[in-house]
Design a protein around this ligand. Structure first.
Ligand SMILES: Cc1ncc(COP(=O)(O)O)c(C=O)c1O
Length: 375
């Protein structure tokens, strides 16, 4: 069988090994941990594991207590980085239920990333039942406040212990969850960004549109250099001309021009080097619902600066599952610095952020069927 072939979802339901009630954290301890969760530190009490082998396909779907895992030191994923991952969130809904935001879209992206790294695709139904089972088990960890949420981190990694350089024949799907307020505390504080010309995140034909750890590892040095210059994030440029704006660390970028009552939103096109993401896609839809025009077109750094200096640029903001919507106030580059909207947060980013959070928390009708309630 071709290792890339999609195999049917495990027919058997999840094997559930709950944390015994006596071992569960008390409400007081959980509430305390959830107070200032940061990003990725306050993990919940369960996890999901599912195995894939050439012979059995997807099998051994287990919901189990959160625990350390053991790997053979010759595991392919550790040596050659044959790993892909995702990020999505569950929110408390206004009616008291919990909803997961667009799990089908996350499943499709995990499939696309897996295909790029010659890994098996996990069927959407199996992915969705994994996230649903975990959220149900860790329901008590979904924060009630708007702006806080439960971040779900699915990972698919090659687990075969055989260091011949070829696609592995065994994989492990892992799903963990953590409580998060937002990636950036004080979300609407405008960020300062560094336009990076020395390093690139992705090149045509590479793995830029796959969510694979190597892309993130390769970005860390530039991120540190940005910090040394007093910047919060790196803006990546295209690898060929080092001129066209692509995206930020874990976020896609939008540029708003035109009148405030009828703005035009521009975002760089997806041409294989940008991660095609859910928040970007959702904001394009919400902006159209608001009657704003949107277009995907290349934006150069020179144009960004000209627009900003000439006053035609209203706002720039970044978006992503973790960051939601975050304004960019100051841009630093080798050619000099400039500000956007006088370095202040603007009303358009705030409006989109509220519109998105309102859907995610069930405060307005879910016109596009994005929320999957967990019973
Ligand atoms: C490189 C990169 N770009 C953009 C995004 C935003 O994507 P999403 O809106 O799906 O979170 C992410 C987050 O996963 C990312 O890692």
């Amino acid at each position: 069988m071709n290792h890339r072939t999609t195999t049917p979802a495990a027919a058997a339901p999840f094997d559930v090994a709950h944390v015994p009630p006596a071992d569960r954290l008390t409400t007081a301890v959980r509430t305390d941990r959830m107070r200032h969760p940061g990003f990725g530190r306050v993990l919940t009490e369960h996890m999901v594991t599912i195995r894939w082998t050439e012979d059995a396909g997807w099998h051994e779907a287990r919901l189990r207590p959160y625990q350390a895992l053991e790997f053979d030191p010759a595991t392919v994923g550790i040596h050659y980085g044959q790993i892909v991952f995702e990020g999505l969130k569950a929110y408390s809904l206004a009616d008291g239920r919990v909803g997961i935001f667009r799990p089908d879209a996350a499943a499709r992206r995990l499939q696309r990333s897996a295909t790029r790294l010659a890994m098996p695709e996990m069927p959407t139904a199996l992915f969705t039942s994994a996230v649903t089972e975990l959220v149900r088990a860790d329901r008590a960890w979904v924060p009630a406040e708007v702006g806080k949420s439960l971040y779900l981190r699915p990972v698919l990694m090659a687990t075969e212990a055989d260091l011949d350089l070829r696609p592995a024949r065994e994989y492990l799907f892992l799903l963990i969850a953590f409580v998060t307020d937002n990636f950036f505390p004080g979300e609407l504080r405008p960020r300062t960004v560094w336009v990076c010309e020395d390093h690139v995140r992705a090149a045509p034909g590479g793995t830029g549109e796959a969510k694979t750890p190597g892309n993130y590892a390769a970005s860390l040095l530039a991120q540190e250099q940005a910090r040394e210059r007093g910047c919060d994030q790196v803006v990546w440029l295209d690898a060929v001309e080092r001129r066209w704006v692509e995206e930020m660390g874990g976020m896609n970028l939008f540029f708003a021009v035109g009148p405030e009552e009828a703005p035009r939103l521009l975002t760089p096109p997806l041409r294989g080097t940008i991660l095609p993401r859910v928040t970007r896609d959702s904001l394009i839809t919400i902006a159209s619902d608001l009657g704003w025009s949107t277009s995907e077109e290349p934006i150069s750094v020179e144009q960004w600066r000209r627009w900003a200096d000439g006053g035609s640029l209203r706002e720039v903001f970044a978006c992503g599952t973790a960051a939601v919507v975050t304004p960019v106030g100051t841009v630093r580059s080798a050619a000099g610095d400039w500000t956007v909207n006088g370095g202040r947060a603007g009303p358009l980013a705030a409006r989109l952020r509220t519109a998105l959070l309102d859907v995610q928390h069930g405060l307005v009708p879910d016109r596009h069927g994005w929320m999957v309630p967990v019973g």
